[in-house]
Structure formats: structure tokens, C-alpha cells
Design a protein around this ligand. Structure first.
Ligand code: ADP
Ligand code: MG
Length: 318
């Protein structure tokens, strides 16, 4: 038998009741997927996609409308206590009492989980998130990045096998983003299954073993990151030619060719049908001299645009 999933989500739906004249909001429309044990799993989607709603259902902060969720094999309805013990959640918003020190924040949280003093890991966790030198500073004196790291430690006081981070790097500078990525990597190498939500494609591509994309409350895809990136068969080459382009070169393997300006041509081609060298040869065969060439690799952004526009095309008009 294969290893059970760290988190199993089946037909999960959430409709928020509209307040006043606002209509009900279908934030999740029947989402099904598994988070495999030991992975860094990315839940990717634009703002309003339903990511926080899903995370808040896992956290017990939002009540689902229908569907089934198991956390580490524990059904969140029938076995809330064990489900809760198996997961640590870092919410999207930073909230702290500014007068507690990092050590106190962790100690109080440990108390809430009923962990006896002798078994608390506050100092060990402060070291793990590189905050041991801030042990006794007021939380209000911490930088934004330190606060985020403290929140991660806080989510880990009960040593859950799963850590969930909701937009850990939204509005965070590049350096701090790197630091947080490293910390996530360290925890994962120690065996923690990590789920993170993000609307940064680059972050998901860099950090995650597997990526699920949600948009308008629906799951669009769920694949290993590599496979997802490889889904883009199109490549792009930009050519500067020796003279003005009167007629665009044509070939069946060209998905698109377009003039950027008088002498610059952008060709999108299917990399399964031709390679860059053949594209150049085809253009030269049509009588052009090539003065400069640049290429662009397709990345997750291309896949994302392809998938979400497909979804938009399928959706029936309201
Ligand atoms: P994301 O985290 O992907 O940005 P959310 O889960 O926060 O998305 O929101 C999904 C949708 O549900 C959005 O349209 C949002 O406005 C709506 N929504 C979120 N929370 C509530 C709420 N408490 N009441 C009503 N609508 C909500
Ligand atoms: Mg959110």
C-alpha cells in the first residue's frame, strides 16, 4: 500500500453567505486533491482564488459548506483534536501582543497546546528560526521578517508533522524572501510536510515539489513542478534582421510570428516540432540576414496564463 496522504481533500466547498444585498460567494466549488507526505506543496492562485478559505478550513477558522478533509488521517469533523494536533498554521495576517517576548510567545502557545513545561521546545525553536538572540526582546521591536519567523516557530510548538504557511512572503523584500525559503527548506529536510500558498509563480517554482493551481474556487491542475513547467511546449525567439520586414516568414511549426518593430521579429514555435537552429535557418532561407538573436524559455508564468485562459474560455458567460 502506498503512504497515506498528509492531507486529503475531497469535494471541498465553501459558500460565504452574502451580507446585506451582496449575493452568496462561492469561494470553493468542490475541490479535490491530496498533499503527499514529505513534500513542499504549493497552492498557487491569484488573489481571491480561495486559497485562504481552504487554509482557514484546515485551521478550523472557517466552517466548510460540504466535502471531507482528513489531516494526517484524522477527519476534521469527527476527530478535530487529533487533526489539530497534526498541523501547524501560519496565518496570512501577522498578529502578536507587542508586549510579549519571543520566548513568552512560544511558551504561552505551548501552554495552549497543553505541553508540560519540561517538554516545551521554545529555545530550540528560537534557534531553528534564528531568533535566539531576540529571546527576551519585546515582539514590537522585531522587524517584519523576524515576526514572520517567530510565527513559524509558534506554529511548530506542538511538533506537528505538517506546517502550513498562508502567503508567507507577500509584501516581503527579496532578501527576507530568500531567508524564509531557506527556513522552509530546512524544516522540510527534517521531515516536515510543508503546504504554502502564494500568488508568486517564481516562489512556487523555486520552492515546491508539487503545485496545485486554483482559480475562482476551482482546482485547475495539480502536478509535480517539473511536469508543470514542461507542459509549455512553446518557445520564443526574437530576431533582429538586416532590413525591414515586408512579409512575415511562415512555417507550420510557428505558432505565431509577429513584428515588434520594422526589423525585429518575434517567433513563437513548438519546440517538439522544430529547434531554434531550424527556426533561424527557415528565416534565412526566406532571404533575411540575422543580426541578433535572443530566446526566452517558457516558465511557469506561461503555463499559468495558458491554463487560466483556458478556464476562462470554458466558463459560460454569466
Ligand atoms: P485568496 O486567499 O486566494 O486570495 P480568499 O479565500 O481569501 O482568496 O477569498 C476567496 C473569495 O471569497 C474572495 O472572493 C473573497 O472576497 C471571498 N471571501 C473571503 N472571505 C470571506 C468572508 N468572510 N465573507 C465573504 N466572502 C469572503
Ligand atoms: Mg489569501
Amino acid at each position: 500500500m502506498s503512504t497515506p496522504a498528509a492531507i486529503s481533500i475531497r469535494d471541498l466547498a465553501k459558500t460565504y453567505a452574502g451580507s446585506g444585498n451582496a449575493p452568496p460567494k462561492h469561494a470553493l466549488k468542490g475541490v479535490t486533491f491530496d498533499v503527499p507526505q514529505g513534500e513542499v506543496f504549493g497552492l498557487l492562485g491569484p488573489n481571491g482564488a480561495g486559497k485562504s478559505t481552504l487554509i482557514n478550513i484546515l485551521a478550523g477558522l472557517v466552517t466548510k459548506t460540504s466535502g471531507k478533509v482528513d489531516i494526517w488521517g484524522h477527519d476534521i469533523d469527527r476527530d478535530r483534536r487529533n487533526a489539530k494536533a497534526s498541523i501547524g498554521i501560519v496565518p496570512q495576517e501577522i498578529v502578536f501582543d507587542p508586549f510579549f517576548t519571543p520566548f513568552e510567545v512560544l511558551d504561552i502557545q505551548s501552554g495552549l497546546y497543553g505541553i508540560p513545561k519540561a517538554l516545551r521546545r521554545s529555545d530550540e525553536l528560537l534557534r531553528a528560526v534564528h531568533l535566539d538572540d531576540k529571546r527576551d526582546a519585546y515582539a514590537r521591536s522585531l522587524s517584519g521578517g523576524m515576526k514572520r519567523r517567530l510565527l513559524i516557530a509558534k506554529a511548530m510548538v506542538h511538533s506537528p508533522p505538517i506546517l502550513v504557511l498562508d502567503e508567507p512572503t507577500a509584501g516581503v523584500d527579496v532578501e527576507l524572501r530568500r531567508q524564509l525559503w531557506e527556513l522552509v527548506g530546512e524544516l522540510n529536510r527534517e521531515g516536515v510536510t510543508v503546504v504554502l500558498t502564494t500568488h508568486y509563480l517564481e516562489e512556487a517554482e523555486e520552492l515546491c515539489d508539487r503545485i496545485a493551481i486554483i482559480n475562482h474556487g476551482q482546482l485547475i491542475t495539480n502536478k509535480p513542478t517539473r511536469e508543470l513547467v514542461e507542459m509549455t511546449r512553446e518557445k520564443i525567439v526574437v530576431l533582429t534582421l538586416d532590413r525591414a520586414i515586408d512579409q512575415l516568414p511562415y512555417h507550420p511549426a510557428f505558432v505565431k510570428s509577429a513584428k515588434r518593430d520594422e526589423r525585429t521579429l518575434e517567433i513563437t514555435y513548438d519546440k517538439d516540432k522544430v529547434n531554434a537552429g531550424q527556426v533561424l535557418a527557415l528565416v534565412q532561407d526566406q532571404g533575411f540576414l540575422i543580426e541578433d538573436v535572443t530566446t526566452r524559455e517558457a516558465d511557469l508564468e506561461d503555463v499559468f496564463v495558458q491554463l487560466t485562459s483556458k478556464q476562462a474560455a470554458k466558463a459560460s458567460p454569466a
